[in-house]
Design a protein around this ligand. Structure first.
Ligand code: CTP
Ligand code: MG
Length: 179
């Protein structure tokens, strides 16, 4: 039981830059769409108007800011639960991988939704909740050493946290829908 709690703490701490990167554009996003209004070969938008340049860049920046704070806090947390990066520099570089991976994962999710003809903002359960974590895990794999236990914890926990924060975002007026 004790070990499970340590694993959950380690996994959430590890992926925190991705959570922050994914939430930031809800507040800071808008403006020029990443696909510049261009359409894919199927005549549908590549990502759609919900994926903007500003959202992408501010998301990555916010995630790296979290990484810098995590690097500073590292001596305090490392004795308490597992850390999957070997040192401070790896944590900061890792946060860049995690945040950009999260943004690319989110874009991939949108890409899939547009190919299926789903409108911007239409819910796609599981994909909406996990696309960004999968992207973060794939990208960070280059620098981080984590096992399948971490992946499983994040796949189970993230949808729950995601729904919780979306509901708060909706109540605060940042999101149109409570999911
Ligand atoms: N956002 C942004 N730029 C990004 C990602 C997100 O500006 N690269 C902003 C948009 O305002 C978007 C909001 O964050 O509406 C929430 O993101 P998300 O729920 O992932 O997008 P959806 O609007 O639901 O679009 P999709 O259907 O493509 O998932
Ligand atoms: Mg999405």
């Amino acid at each position: 039981m004790h070990q499970t709690i340590e694993l959950i703490c380690g996994a959430v701490w590890f992926v925190l830059p991705a959570y922050v990167a994914n939430m930031t554009p809800v507040v800071t996003g808008g403006g020029r769409p990443l696909n510049g209004g261009k359409k894919f070969v199927d005549g549908r938008p590549l990502f759609g108007p919900g994926k903007t340049v500003r959202g992408f860049l501010t998301g990555v920046s916010a995630g790296v800011l979290v990484g810098v704070i995590q690097a500073l806090a590292d001596p305090l947390v490392r004795p308490v639960f597992p850390i999957f990066f070997s040192g401070r520099l790896e944590i900061i570089l890792g946060s860049l991988l995690i945040s950009s991976g999260a943004m690319v994962g989110d874009l991939s999710g949108s890409f899939i939704k547009r190919r299926l003809g789903l409108r911007r903002g239409s819910p796609f359960p599981v994909l909406d909740q996990l696309d960004f974590v999968v992207g973060a895990l794939v990208f960070s794999r280059a620098l981080a050493s984590f096992d399948t236990g971490v992946v499983i914890v994040l796949m189970v926990l993230t949808p729950l946290l995601h729904l919780g924060t979306n509901y708060v975002g909706y109540k605060l007026g940042f999101k149109d829908r409570p999911y």
